[in-house]
Ligand binder design. Structure first.
Ligand code: MG
Length: 389
């Protein structure tokens, strides 16, 4: 018996180094388990207060270098001015655009200020605009004063044309405007419409925080924005410039940066309304294949049992099931030969395997497995998981 115990220790029946299954396993619409340790972690981005995120594309930061990112709509040198680290619109100069094109999905940060000196009324007061994908205007306007007792011609003049409006379509939820000459921020999340075979399958959407306040909540565009005209759907370009409007008022811009982001409908492998079961299965099979390569299938240890159980939690296809049968069968044969003392010595390893089985059973998998039943019975008889009174 002593010999057998030594042999058991030599085959690796020590405490398992493998974390084991933990959260609920993948299913038809979720490629990853809950709390899946194999799921890739997001890319790290440095986000310091007041600075663009480390992965942002700097479109304008007040320097000559980034002023050179901009041009007229005809791709000629712009007549807008670089003034004290800001972009200043010049009456009659026309819109300004980025030379490069972006999209169809991005986060955009823009800071802007209408003139300190209040001139003009209605749409003629500090009017400009942030054009997204060339077609969608987020209005820039001095919309601060709305009290006629304080201003004989208070703004806004029409709700779907005030600051933070999707021009001609949707007024902001609230008016978060600051006064003339004060710097204001737009933080925008934009998704262009998705078209397939000549038809829109997802509308374009925009979310806007104006001075940190939510003013557009995932607004679904009816189409490009227009003055006076009711819009209709239009297939967007794959990419397009960011542009600012010249509406005849000297409006200033600074700190403009953009981050391209994935399409919201790109994730077809894990939950959500766009999940596709065929994509989920393909990814689960791929993960199972990758994990399977890491297993030494010639050895039946707690680690290899836990590893193969994890593999089949992703995919029950062959060769995974056959390998699971062999590894689990060999491990069971080892356990069955152990005496009470040897089982005690391997308590932690055995409990790690029980943890994996508990997850599988909780998810209605492998109910009839002999190894799992043997381990459950052993743990119960030994009282390893009973709380001490
Ligand atoms: Mg405008």
């Amino acid at each position: 018996m002593k010999k057998l115990m030594i042999a058991a220790a030599a085959t690796g029946l020590a405490a398992s180094a493998f974390a084991g299954l933990y959260g609920d396993v993948p299913n038809a619409t979720h490629a990853w388990a809950v709390h899946d340790r194999n799921r890739p972690n997001p890319v790290k981005v440095v986000a310091e207060p007041g600075l663009p995120p480390s992965d942002a594309i700097i479109l304008f930061d007040g320097t000559e270098k980034t002023f050179a990112n901009w041009c007229s709509m005809k791709m000629e040198p712009t007549k807008w001015k670089l003034v004290d680290g800001t972009l200043e619109s010049v009456k009659g100069a026309g819109y300004i655009r980025t030379k490069a094109e972006y999209g169809p999905n991005f986060q955009l940060h823009v800071e802007w200020a209408t003139p300190v000196k209040v001139e003009g009324v209605g749409q003629g007061r500090g009017n400009s605009g942030v054009f997204l994908m060339n077609d969608f205007e987020l209005q820039v306007l001095d919309s601060y004063e709305t009290d006629p007792s304080k201003d004989p011609n208070p703004n806004p003049n029409y709700a779907d044309g005030q600051a933070s409006a999707i021009y001609g379509q949707n007024p902001p939820i609230v008016n978060a405007s600051r006064g003339p000459g004060k710097w204001q921020t737009y933080d925008i999340v934009f998704h262009a419409p998705v078209w397939k075979d000549g038809k829109e399958i997802y509308p374009g959407t925009v979310t806007v925080f104006h001075n940190g306040v939510l003013t557009q909540d995932n607004w679904e565009y009816e189409g490009p924005t227009f003055h006076m005209k009711r819009t209709s759907k239009k297939q967007p370009a794959a990419k397009a410039p960011i542009a600012f409007q010249d509406h005849g008022n000297p409006v200033h811009f600074r700190n403009v940066w953009l981050r391209e982001i994935p399409c919201r409908h790109a994730n077809t492998t894990h939950g959500g309304p766009d999940v596709k079961e065929a994509d989920v299965k393909a990814l689960r099979d791929k993960i199972a294949t990758e994990l399977f390569k890491k297993i030494d299938t010639s050895k039946a240890t707690a680690d290899s049992v836990n590893q193969i159980l994890e593999v089949i939690s992703y995919s029950m296809e062959e060769p995974f099931c056959g390998a699971a049968k062999k590894i689990c069968g060999d491990y069971l044969a080892q356990l069955e030969k152990m005496d009470a003392a040897a089982l005690d010595k391997n308590k932690n390893a055995i409990l790690s395997v029980k943890k994996s089985y508990d997850v599988l059973w909780r998810n209605n998998l492998l109910k009839e497995c002999k190894l799992g039943k043997f381990i459950a019975k052993t743990v119960d008889q030994k009282g390893w998981l009973k709380k001490k009174k």
